[in-house]
Design a protein around this ligand. Structure first.
Ligand code: XMP
Length: 521
């Protein structure tokens, strides 16, 4: 068993960033909502250190969230952040006062602040205050007004005299600010000092994760059968390969080909999973079904609904052909899980349903297998590499569930889809040849519902116009267009027009998001 750190979640918006920082330090951690952390839970989990997250409540309010008292008796280091600091102080005999939010004399603090050290030193603060003060991010109404016995002050800010406090003998640390956020630039160092204090050696690796995940899958599934929807995207691919490694032929993957995939994509998925990995794979070639249902449809939302509904029907039909399946595998990631932990709700964790299998587990009476639910996106990629998936799969740009349907504004026809596929392949080839693929978050061609006049050779052409799209982004929520050189754009336009029959005009979309969206529909 790896040493594990427990994060008790009191509902902060940024709790997942704490986990993120710890994993960067190769420390294994799990986030659990405070309601779930009981004496029995602690006894079983046996954390080597505990972190109390921030939270929106006020410890001054009766009935506000608390950890069980036994957490202080574990003899392990504890770090309290913001609300977590206040909880710790009040639980251990200090005092917290409700803050005035604004107006003269208030003690609330939101945003950037600067912490300066007191006279005393502490290993927890190694690497801090080397240049006098540290920028931190504050977000609190209440504040600690009297320290609990055993605690001392190690850092102060103008509005938080107890910005950094600690009881060094018990290895309890409590800070008023959020070291996990980007705006506390040196925050990572505090986490590093904390986990070293706790004795973590930073030995958590993807290899260790893989072994542990395989053990857990075997334990959960036993000798039963598992169905996994494969889309060719990173998450479902990694989940499938991992589960296959654990249970071999007890796994069957279903790959729904809706006719809206990119050039050669279906063949690639089949070659990779059936031929290379020897995974049992149902290639559900349902192109006709989807494309006929989409005939005459031009409204983007109707397109999405039509595709979504058919997807579920088709998936279910093929999944039903696998006799005796009891589990459905999903590539749910950690941020999905955390997002769906309700702060005030009961102890159970609701899982965000994936767009492509939404509601299916309940409908089919299947239990879920989610081997990636503890990982962040880049960790899934690292695990994929560990499992031998090629970089061309792992580094892939995201691709929407409705596929090319939403890159073909207006009516979808087979002829237009064929043209779009070819143009997209040339564009992506250009991006790869110029070594730009990994710098770009997502890139694709949209075929426009207009034909324009051109001249090629001595003849007049009347063909489709297309738009190239390439954006940089962190999470797809906001995006900026990629600043290709004119040379690149010119060369790409020439190649598309020369190599793709049916297109005689190429434009580049320079809209950011907002106000635009990444896709055209
Ligand atoms: P937009 O166009 O909303 O896209 O800026 C943001 C990200 O989401 C993807 N996207 C979708 N993914 N089903 C999906 O699975 C959809 O209906 C859908 N619409 C947009 C888009 O490709 C981009 O990565």
């Amino acid at each position: 068993m790896t040493d594990q750190l427990l994060i008790i979640d009191f509902g902060s918006q940024v709790t997942q960033l704490i986990a993120r920082r710890l994993r960067e330090l190769n420390v294994y951690c799990e986030i659990h909502p405070f309601q779930n952390v009981t004496d029995a839970f602690l006894a079983e989990f046996r954390p080597k250190a505990v972190i109390f997250s921030g939270g929106p409540d006020s410890v001054v309010r009766e009935g506000s969230p608390r950890p069980p008292a036994s957490v202080y008796q574990l003899g392990v280091p504890i770090l309290g952040i913001c609300y977590g600091q206040q909880v710790m102080m009040q639980d251990l005999g200090g005092q917290v006062e409700g803050g005035k939010i604004s107006g003269g004399g208030g003690t609330a603090e939101f945003g950037r602040a600067y912490v300066t050290p007191t006279e005393q030193r502490l290993p927890f603060l190694d690497g801090w205050f080397e240049e006098g003060r540290e920028q931190v991010w504050m977000s609190h109404g209440d504040h600690v007004s009297r320290l609990a016995p055993g605690f001392e002050v190690f850092g102060t800010s103008p509005n938080a005299p107890f910005a950094i406090t600690a009881d060094p003998a018990r290895r309890f640390y409590a800070v008023q600010f959020h070291p996990e956020v980007h705006h506390t630039p040196n925050g990572r160092r505090l986490y590093e000092n904390f986990v070293r204090q706790a004795g973590f050696t930073g030995d958590w690796t993807m290899g260790a994760y893989r072994e542990e995940a395989i053990r857990k899958i075997r334990e959960q599934v036993g000798d039963k059968k598992v169905i996994c929807g494969l889309s060719g995207g990173v998450d479902s691919s990694v989940a499938a390969v991992l589960i296959h490694e654990a249970i071999g032929d007890q796994l069957t993957c279903v790959f729904v080909d809706h006719g809206l995939l990119r050039l050669g994509e279906a063949e690639e998925v089949v070659a990779m999973f059936r031929d290379h990995y020897n995974i049992r794979l149902i290639h559900a070639d349902e192109q006709e079904l989807f494309l006929s249902a989409l005939e005459g449809v031009s409204d983007p939302e109707v397109k999405r609904k039509t595709i979504g509904k058919l997807f579920i029907d088709v998936f279910q039909k093929h999944a039903n052909s696998i006799e005796g399946a009891e589990f459905l595998a999903q590539g749910t990631l950690y941020p999905d899980v955390i997002e769906s932990v309700s702060f005030s709700g009961g102890p159970s964790v609701t899982i965000k349903s994936h767009h492509n299998v939404g509601g299916l587990p309940e409908k089919m009476g299947l239990k879920l297998v989610e081997p990636l639910r503890e990982l962040f996106k880049d960790e899934v990629r690292a695990l994929g590499r560990e499992l031998g998936l090629p970089d061309s799969f792992i580094g892939r740009h995201p691709f929407p569930g409705p596929g090319l349907a939403i890159r073909c504004p207006g009516e979808i026809t087979r002829a237009k889809l064929d043209i779009l596929r070819k143009a997209d392949a040339v564009y992506i080839d250009q991006i790869r040849r110029h070594g730009l693929y990994d710098e770009i978050w997502q890139a694709f061609v949209a075929i426009l519902p207009v034909r324009t006049v051109g001249v090629m050779g001595d003849g007049r052409t009347y063909d489709y116009a297309c738009a190239l799209r390439a954006v940089t982004s962190v999470d797809g929520m906001t995006a900026d267009y990629y600043p290709f050189s004119h040379e690149f754009l010119g060369e790409t336009a020439t190649r598309i027009i020369n190599e793709v029959e049916g297109i005689n005009r190429v434009t580049y979309d320079i809209t950011s998001k907002p106000p635009g969206t990444i896709e055209w529909e």
